[in-house]
Design a protein around this ligand. Structure first.
Ligand code: SF4
Length: 437
């Protein structure tokens, strides 16, 4: 039996790709281990979006190489592998193989060659590659991520993704539905559909509205989520499907990146602040109670204090409940490298702190107003601390519950009893016992 250790960095797409690699190598007889010291093959599935993520991986490779035994293989896969390609083999001499997101089908042969002493890489883009014949290896659970689209055709100037994941391509609707049906048969009740601009999904015949209806119609699927959509790809059909398909959850993670039209233009985002807010308004009108989270970047080249203030004000105007906030990180190979007027790091850092403060204060205010409400919660997993379990409402509220571990996977009506500002405490609402006179 050959043992595989794999560490995953970055976004949900990478988590899904790790499950795919476990499927690819599982067919070759590999089983997963959590102990690097026991592994014949060590893989690091990487992210290239931010420079510090790449630096962390380089450091981690240094640590992992101590576990590499004679004949063992250390590999780098994912977006950083795609971005740096064979250069990585030169830069980190103990690395044996490098494979980008379209090269996972060749992992076994790269590993075989490396075990025989020939280091190698596969960073070719294959626009036909969907890994349709490879069942991902997942832990059985109530929730699952399903990749429906790979790559991206947009060219946001800050983003490395089009250079690491290649052009956009959608899986066939029938293939996605088949995978979701299998998951449902194994007990999954919530699926999250994954794509870089997931709502631009189109398989040549079906659009994202059709996909939502088809996935939401699978027996046993109670919740459908998706991430990340692109603001201007919310067509009327997609919004109507979201409102009409009961399984589609009332939460959208809608990356805005900036609240300033001047910055959005420099980022080559295809909407204005006003258009973004109009999409939020259309979604709120179609799905009352819907909540929004977002991604925001501060310190993009040329961003003035006044432009940053527009991002601050967008937080309130859009009514975000949460935001992933980032300080701009220049990535070699992206168009933004050529932009002038870089914002000094200290200024960007100070803006980031103010933005985080604004997002937290707003989330706290909005969450306090929800205390006392009763919501449906899917119990997902043990909480990090204590004996509590963590569940999630349809609107993406995270709720801590005092329940036995056997409750994982169950749905409960839960009254929200308090909030820390980001997470709620809750109590399962039990039916009142009838009082016999
Ligand atoms: S839409 Fe823009 S930010 Fe998103 S993956 Fe594509 S290029 Fe990157």
């Amino acid at each position: 039996m050959k043992r595989l250790y794999i560490e995953t960095y970055g976004c949900q797409m990478n988590v899904a790709d790790t499950e795919l690699m476990l499927g690819v190598l599982g067919r070759e007889g590999y089983v997963q281990t959590d102990e690097p010291a026991e592994a014949d093959v060590l893989l690091v599935n990487t992210c290239a979006v931010r420079d510090n993520a790449e630096q962390r991986v380089i450091g981690r490779l240094g640590e992992l190489q101590q576990y590499k035994r004679a004949g063992g293989v250390l590999g780098v896969v994912g977006c950083m592998a795609q971005r740096l390609g064979p250069q990585l083999l030169e830069r980190v001499p103990r690395v044996d193989i490098v494979a980008g997101p379209d090269g996972y089908r060749n992992l076994a042969s790269l590993i075989g060659q490396a075990a025989g002493g020939t280091r190698g890489s596969d960073t070719e883009f294959r626009s036909w590659e969907h890994y349709e014949d490879v069942p991902p290896v997942r832990e059985n659970g109530a929730t699952a991520f399903v990749t429906v689209q790979r790559g991206c055709d947009y060219k946001c100037t800050f983003c490395i993704v089009p250079f690491t994941r290649g052009p956009e391509r959608s899986r066939k609707l029938e293939d996605v539905v088949r995978e979701v049906r299998t998951l449902a048969e194994q007990g999954t009740t919530e699926v999250t559909l994954l794509g870089q601009t997931v709502n631009s999904y189109h398989d040549g015949t079906h659009d994202f509205a059709a996909l939502l209806a088809a996935v939401g119609g699978v027996d046993g699927i109670r919740r459908v989520r998706f991430t990340s959509p692109y603001p201007t790809d919310f067509t009327d059909r997609v919004i109507a499907a979201m409102a009409e398909v009961p399984a589609v959850c009332e939460h959208v993670h809608l990356p805005a990146q900036s609240g300033s039209n001047a910055v959005l233009r420099r980022m080559l985002r295809r909407y204005t602040r006003e258009e973004y807010l109009a999409v939020v308004g259309r979604l709120r009108a179609a799905m009352p109670g819907i909540t929004f989270s977002t991604d925001l970047i501060v310190g993009f080249p040329g961003e003035t204090e006044a432009q940053f203030q527009e991002t601050l004000s967008l937080v309130e105007a859009a009514g975000f409940d949460d935001a992933y906030t980032f300080k701009y990180s220049v990535r070699d190979g992206t168009p933004a490298v050529r932009l002038r007027d870089h914002v000094p790091d200290a200024v960007a850092g100070e803006r980031l702190e103010r933005l985080i403060e604004r997002v937290r204060a707003q989330a706290r205010r909005r969450h306090l107003a929800r205390v006392g409400q009763t919501v449906e919660v899917l119990v997902e997993r043990p909480a990090r601390r204590g004996d509590l379990l963590l569940g999630r409402s349809r609107t993406n509220l995270m709720v801590l519950l005092e329940l036995p571990a056997t409750a994982i996977g169950e749905y409960h009506q839960v009254q929200l009893t308090g909030t820390t500002g980001s997470t709620f405490t809750g109590q399962v609402v039990r039916p009142q016992l009838a009082v016999l006179a």
